[in-house]
Design a protein around this ligand. Structure first.
Ligand code: SF4
Length: 425
């Protein structure tokens, strides 16, 4: 294991800190280097007001790290519960509803411990419900699950609450939807219709009120045409097939609306959609209510703190100059894909799952979020003697992967010896 004698320039003091753990997650997900960097930033900015990136100088290589990245509260909580479940139930069969978080390494570790998945990330069954019995342990993933699946588990004599890892920030969205739903508003969910969290939020919301999912601004604008009664009502059921609750009545249920969102969406998009729908509905009803509260439930977005922090940190990082950006995470991770979206608007960006994607100094394997396939790109490192590379990672990405990438880049650029004394400027 590397020892890091971090040298802080620009006013910060040299420091090596122990790994601070709020949760008991396996040590191989941690990184002494990344932990020391995060801890030093935290000590210097306890109120989290400073979103400027951390700049590491390794000889001729400059790495610009986002202020916030990596495991969030909900992911650490889920990992701790899942590994505890294995420890505490060695004589039992343990199942996960689907991927616990969107990170291939973590899911592979759980599979290696004997945990089996009941369904894939799209909700397709990998085994039959009849294969389960009341002696089995079922872990609910961090995204939460649907009311229907909770009921199915209960009918099998399995208590889904025992090893429930649903993130409290997801439950907060459910509570917000329930509150405004009970006030007579239809819930519009801005989220990816196939994503586990959005399916769970949809399921819980529809218990209280009519609910419809919009996946992006294009769909929000389409919904706006139904709000404004510019399209025939019947067409709605085709345009939003699979995205509205049973009994949804387009003439009755688009008069009072409130917007919640999947916790990991792009903040700017969710705000734009919410504002667009607010304007559309208040304009249509001629601003009958001066507070705009009669037809639109005004509230803040339901993005979680990790989404907010990671996206704000990336926006701050992008104010610097660099040759390229590396974004690390599972390819099906929603929050990570939005970090990619932000980075690629500014500079060449490579979405990679681990250091093995960096094949050598010429070739990189990476994921394209638009075409949904893995690509190989040659000459990804520009021929400049002083490289500047931005790095961030998603909320389900272990810090050890970020450390692996820092080491890989140092090796490939001939700066390995500088790993022992990294300068933070
Ligand atoms: S990304 Fe946010 S909502 Fe999702 S698990 Fe992490 S803290 Fe919870």
């Amino acid at each position: 294991m590397h020892k890091y004698n971090l040298c802080f320039l620009g006013g910060l003091k040299p420091l090596i800190l122990p790994i601070m753990k709020s949760f008991n997650v396996p040590i191989h997900y941690r990184s002494p280097l990344v932990n020391a960097i995060k801890q030093s930033r935290k000590n210097a900015d306890k109120m989290k007001n400073d979103f400027s990136p951390t700049i590491l100088q390794l000889g001729t290589l400059q790495l610009i790290l986002a202020r916030h990245f990596g495991f969030c509260y909900g992911v650490e909580n889920a990992i701790e519960i899942a590994f505890n479940a294995v420890q505490q139930n060695k004589d039992k069969r343990i199942f996960l509803l689907s991927e616990m978080i969107h990170n291939p390494g973590v899911n592979a570790d759980l599979l290696a411990l004997g945990i089996r998945f009941i369904m894939d990330t799209k909700g397709n069954m990998l085994l039959n419900w009849d294969d389960l019995n009341s002696d089995d342990i079922v872990i609910i993933p961090a995204f939460g699950t649907t009311v229907e699946i909770e009921d199915t588990l209960k009918s099998k004599g399995i208590n889904p609450a025992i090893y429930e890892t649903t993130c409290p920030f997801v439950e907060k969205v459910w509570n917000r939807a329930a509150k405004i739903g009970n006030e007579g508003y239809t819930i519009i969910i801005h989220g990816k219709p196939g994503h586990e969290e959005t399916r769970a939020t949809f399921s819980h919301s529809k218990e209280n009120t009519a609910t419809v999912i919009v996946k992006d601004m294009e769909q929000a604008q389409l919904l706006g045409k139904y709000i404004a009664k510019e399209l025939p009502a019947n067409q709605f059921y085709i345009d939003f097939k699979g995205q509205f609750s049973n009994g949804f009545d387009v003439t009755r249920d688009l008069v009072k609306i409130g917007v919640v969102n999947q916790t990991t969406m792009l903040a700017s998009e969710t705000q734009a959609i919410s504002e667009y729908l607010k304007q559309t509905i208040t304009n249509h009803y001629n601003n009958i209510d001066t507070n705009n509260e009669l037809h639109f439930a005004d509230m803040r977005d339901t993005l979680c703190y990790a989404t907010h922090d990671n996206q704000t940190a990336v926006l701050n990082m992008l104010e610097k100059d660099a040759d390229l950006a590396l974004v690390i995470g599972g390819y099906n991770s929603s929050n990570t894909s939005h970090l990619v979206e932000l980075c690629e608007s500014k500079l060449p960006t490579y979405f990679i799952k681990n250091e093995l994607c960096i094949i050598d100094s010429k070739t990189i394997t990476h994921y394209n979020i638009h075409t949904h396939n893995e690509l190989i790109t040659e000459n990804y490192l520009p021929p400049t003697p002083k490289l500047k590379i931005m790095i961030t990672s998603g909320a389900s990405c272990p810090d050890s992967l970020v450390e692996g990438i820092i080491i890989r880049l140092a090796q490939l650029t001939g700066n390995e010896e500088h790993l022992e004394t990294i300068q933070i400027i």
